[in-house]
Design a protein around this ligand. Structure first.
Ligand code: NAD
Ligand code: GDU
Length: 327
């Protein structure tokens, strides 16, 4: 049993981490300033309300929580916003992470699992993206995450931290028990928007481009169930606590699904029509991002079990129908 500080613990993925940590017998302590998170999502341990941009508050949070390790999810993650306001992303994602690492060194916390992203690869021209692909981000969000990866390398070398950077592809779905789920404000992610359209909460889903060089002309992504994703975090944490260092892994299932396929799957699972409209390409969207997940399977023994489109859509829908986090 370990005490784990979960930054971003009131957000979508961090709240699922808190639940899974608690279920595995650990003690999660969420750190979040609620800028995009939800107080209602913090149900599995205490919340320390603090902004990672505030070094003193971050130090105080670590001193209060006295964690054995950190899972660091707190970040801004809207690609379009990062292009319009890069300063926000460099300050929050990079500056906040720097404060966290410095405070960890000062208080003797030795291990950290960090949320990185496929966006650090940019637009690789390969069928399956493995960890050896060059990291050449094409937007400030991806650049800010890559900068934190570099910071982890340096802190690991200088201060003996043990670090894992997990590069997620497209995270989707919700807690299989429907206690918590995905809510971003504004929502930009495909599956929650498809569900909104199916429920009549929005008029239609915009399909951003049908002229990509893909089998049906719409973009292809690798969707991974949030619960599978978190299982990989627990495995990485176990490795770090056992002395491993420098874990750098892609988390995806190695199967691509087009926007059209996601819509069709939702129509099958929900038994409802999803109204759609054609829209121009969204700037910065690569046509295809699919993971070569073999290294995570080999190094962590990770086996995604819930990551079918049908299951991710069904779990997200069940949480939505249970009321979500308020109106
Ligand atoms: N959702 C995805 O598909 C996806 C894909 C790749 C990577 N990621 C990464 O996973 C992490 C979690 O994403 P999410 O979808 O759960 O996002 P989210 O917005 O739901 O959660 C992020 C949480 O961090 C908190 N936060 C942000 N800045 C903070 C600060 N300075 N101090 C304290 N708290 C702060 C927010 O209030 C929020 O609760 C992010 O780092 C994101 O970049 C997500
Ligand atoms: O209303 C919509 C919303 C999305 N899409 C399409 O659906 C696909 C998935 O889009 P998302 O916004 O759900 O996800 P992204 O692939 O853009 O982004 C995800 O993967 C990125 C890595 O490339 C980042 O990590 C980011 O945080 C994460 O959400 C894209 O082709 C997008 O063009 C639509 O057609 N209509």
């Amino acid at each position: 049993m370990a005490r784990i500080l979960v930054t971003g613990g009131a957000g979508y993925i961090g709240a699922h981490a808190c639940k899974a940590l608690r279920a595995a017998g650990h003690e999660p302590v969420a750190l979040d300033d609620l800028r995009t998170g939800w107080r209602e999502a913090v149900r599995f341990g205490p919340l320390i309300e603090a902004d990672l941009n505030d070094l003193d508050a971050t130090r105080a949070a670590l001193a209060q929580a006295r964690p054995d390790a950190v899972m660091h999810f707190a970040a801004l993650s809207n690609v379009g916003e990062s292009v319009r306001s890069p300063g926000l992303y460099w300050r929050n994602n990079v500056g906040g992470s720097l404060n966290l690492l410095e405070a960890m060194v000062e208080t003797g916390v030795r291990a950290i699992v960090f949320s990185s992203t496929a966006a650090t690869y940019g637009e690789p021209d390969v069928e399956l993206i493995d960890e050896d692909q060059p990291q050449r981000p094409i937007n400030p969000y991806g650049a800010s995450k890559l900068a934190v990866e570099r910071m982890l390398d340096d802190f690991e070398a200088a201060h003996g931290l043990r670090t894992a950077a997990l590069r997620y592809f497209n995270v989707a779905g919700a807690d299989p028990e429907a206690e918590i789920g995905e809510r971003h404000q504004p929502e930009t992610h495909l599956i929650p928007l498809v569900l909104d359209a199916a429920a009549g909460a929005r008029e239609a889903l915009s399909i951003f481009g049908r002229d990509y060089d893909t089998p049906d002309g719409t973009c292809v992504r690798d969707y991974v169930h949030v619960w599978d994703l978190i299982e990989a975090h627990l495995l990485a944490l176990e490795r770090l606590m056992g002395g491993a260092r420098g874990i750098r892994l892609n988390l995806g299932v190695g199967r691509g699904h087009s926007v059209r396929e996601v819509i069709e799957a939702a129509e099958r699972v929900l038994g409802r029509r999803v109204p759609v409209r054609d829209a121009p390409r969204r700037p910065g969207d690569p046509s295809r991002l699919v993971c070569d997940g073999s290294r995570a399977r080999a190094e962590l023994g990770w086996e995604p079990r819930l990551s079918t489109l049908e299951r991710m859509i069904a779990d997200a829908w069940r949480w939505r129908c249970s009321g979500g986090f308020g109106p």
